[in-house]
Design a protein around this ligand. Structure first.
Ligand SMILES: Cc1cc2nc3c(=O)[nH]c(=O)nc-3n(C[C@H](O)[C@H](O)[C@H](O)COP(=O)(O)OP(=O)(O)OC[C@H]3O[C@@H](n4cnc5c(N)ncnc54)[C@H](O)[C@@H]3O)c2cc1C
Ligand code: SF4
Length: 585
């Protein structure tokens, strides 16, 4: 793989900021159009051979897979009881990580919270500063949005419709499916459109029992739609076909890259075109503006190791630093022409911030499976997805929008059910007998986009590189609380319908941010007074500026966003290349 040297004396066609799902996709599409792209990534180049250890079992790990004793990862209670910045109070720990950084497999991927503080309301902001961003450790559930999402306002009157419909983005979902690979089963549901699937992962006995049990309620359990190349991808030499092995359910990256990650799926192939230059440890702190033309001219970035400041020049700037970081960069980019920050004449940058609600969950047991021989379920890229059923043809009296459930059943190396009372041989026998009979699932619901939920820059607190941090003004509202109550009720009703013994059911909402699906801080729209970007994720006022991550979402849907982020990004980058050719940028 050829890696050209960074040349800061030249003007690149496009500067892309960030290398996760969005930045990787931008690099892939733009270089395939023959454009010279400089990709700037704040984090390090991850040693993926060392870090993505899906074949390592905890017993081979010095800390049995846990964190070293000098480190701590925040718990649900700590996020809730303490106030940001979360660093104080943990002085005894050398490193402090988000809740995802609770293992030896994650600690070099997620950021240290002390170096990257936040202020304001409680928020579990999970960040991965390294080449590939969060795609190195993501859960890989790859869902499409539908017109129930793009036209949600037309459906229930709340918020705004997106300026696009499913038919606009469907060809780009197809491209993403074929280029990156997704496994699943066709269900022909209008609200969860099918992808062009590779071979599905099999549902196990417990999951089949749930599927059959709730069919009479007209609800659907389908195979986890995993962004995993179960049949392989002949056009990508960096990725392999899924071999259904290893500690896949740990979801800390796939060592043969059958599961999609941005470096092997997008960035390495883009480097092979010879059109991409990657600069890691490059923390972008501002987009620069030509004060004559009002157009962007490049970026200022800080080398994260030496703290030296640099300027890179580009004809176009594409922000893909993730929803909250891109908003932060826009707000940081204040100038005489743009005193409220770049592309912020509407005042909507940082606002309409939305995500997914998590917390309500259920855990049960199938008595028919007690004592049955163990099955091998660790090496499965996912269990099941129970699709949305609320507010489609009917209207729920207490809340709008919907939710789905992710879950799984089966055996695992560290068995479920070790919390039963007892000890010694009889305890072990009890655990062995029951281990494959458990099933659990947790809900993901749409959080409404509201102008009052927003981030801005903290006037005092700065990060490790001297850059003002984000201050959160963000809380779940009544719709989310009522939805959470319903999630718990329906989870119980479905487990009962499937004949499961319910062992635990909990309706407690997790802290804001837990879903790691931040969206909407620079939404697209037809009216530039109430939006930031147009349907091609371009600033209408600063035409050579694009923001191609989840910032552009108008509403959150209840579907995991990454496949949509990449499909939208592909569409926008095709448009960008066309417009550049026409000379309109
Ligand atoms: C544990 C986990 C499970 C998840 N499961 C799912 C799932 O099942 N399905 C799903 O759809 N999504 C899932 N997600 C979310 C998914 O990872 C994100 O939606 C996706 O990665 C977003 O892509 P992005 O490019 O916007 O951001 P990221 O992947 O976060 O990439 C942004 C990149 O920009 C860089 N950056 C930030 N600031 C700067 C700066 N100032 N200068 C330069 N570079 C910068 C960052 O270092 C990072 O590399 C999960 C995430 C996690 C962590
Ligand atoms: S099961 Fe497949 S996707 Fe999971 S780690 Fe193994 S090869 Fe990778």
């Amino acid at each position: 793989m050829a890696e050209p040297e960074v040349n800061l004396s030249r003007t690149y066609d496009v500067i892309v900021v960030g290398s996760g799902a969005a930045g990787g996709m931008a690099a892939h599409v733009l270089t395939s159009h023959g454009l010279q792209v400089l990709l700037l990534e704040a984090g390090k180049k991850l040693d993926i051979e060392q870090e993505l250890r899906s074949m390592e079992w905890p017993y081979d790990n010095r800390y049995r897979g846990g964190l070293p004793p000098d480190s701590h990862s925040l718990t649900l209670n700590e996020y809730t009881i303490r106030n940001p910045p979360y660093g104080s109070g943990f002085e005894k720990s050398k490193h402090l990580y988000s809740y995802v950084g609770d293992s030896d497999y994650m600690k070099n991927i997620v950021v240290d919270e002390r170096e990257n503080p936040i202020t304001g309301t409680n928020y579990a902001w999970v960040r991965a500063r390294c080449l590939g961003g969060k795609t190195n450790i993501w859960g890989r559930l790859a869902l499409r949005l539908s017109d129930y999402d793009f036209k949600a306002k037309s459906h229930d009157g709340y918020g705004e419709d997106w300026p696009i419909s499913y038919s606009d983005i469907a060809p780009y979902y197809d491209k993403v499916d074929l280029y990156l690979g997704v496994s699943g089963v066709r269900e022909n549901l209008a609200h969860v459109p099918d992808s062009l699937f590779q071979r599905p992962i099999k549902l196990n006995c417990g999951e089949m029992q749930l599927k059959q049990g709730i069919r009479k309620m007209d609800r659907t359990v389908t195979q986890f739609r995993a962004a995993v190349a179960t049949d392989g991808l002949t056009h990508n030499k960096y990725r392999r076909r899924c071999l259904a092995r290893g500690a896949c359910n740990r979801k800390n990256g796939c060592d043969i890259h059958a599961a999609f990650d941005s470096p092997t799926g997008l960035i390495y192939p883009a480097l092979d075109t010879g059109n991409l230059t990657v600069r890691t440890n490059a923390v972008v702190r501002e987009v620069t503006v030509d004060q004559q033309s009002g157009k962007v001219s490049g970026v200022h970035f800080i080398d994260s190791l030496t703290l030296k400041d640099y300027t890179a020049r580009g004809r176009i700037v594409v922000l893909a630093a993730s929803t909250l970081e891109s908003a932060r960069i826009l707000l940081l980019s204040k100038s005489r022409l743009y005193p409220n920050g770049l592309a912020n004449s509407s005042g909507h940058v940082g606002h309409n911030f939305c995500e997914h609600l998590m917390g309500p969950r259920i855990y049960g047991q199938m008595k028919e499976l007690v004592g049955k021989p163990p099955t091998l379920d660790d090496g499965r890229p996912g269990g099941f997805y129970l699709t949305r059923f609320r507010n489609l043809s009917d209207r729920h009296p207490k809340f709008i929008r919907g939710y789905g459930f992710e879950g799984n059943s089966g055996c695992s190396m560290f068995p479920k059910g070790t919390d039963v009372p007892g000890f010694g041989a009889s305890f072990k026998e009890e655990v062995r007998k029951n281990q494959g009979s458990y099933i659990g699932m947790g809900a993901f619901g749409e959080v409404l986009a509201r102008y009052e939920n927003y981030v801005d820059l903290d006037p005092q607190v700065r990060d490790n590189w001297g850059i003002p941090v984000l201050r959160f003004h963000y809380r779940f509202g009544d719709n989310e609380k009522r939805m959470a109550e319903d999630m718990l009720e329906t989870a119980q009703e479905m487990f009962e319908a499937a004949g499961f013994r319910i062992l635990r059911a909990n309706g407690r909402m997790f802290t804001e941010g837990w879903s790691i699906h931040e969206l909407g801080t620079a939404r697209m729209g037809q009216d530039s007074k109430s939006s930031v970007l147009n349907e091609f994720q371009q600033s209408p006022a600063v035409k050579n500026l694009f923001v191609v991550d989840g910032s552009a979402f108008v509403s959150a849907s209840c579907h995991n966003p990454t496949w949509t982020i990449m499909a939208l990004c592909w569409r926008s980058c095709d448009y960008l290349a066309d417009e550049l050719r026409k000379g309109t940028l």
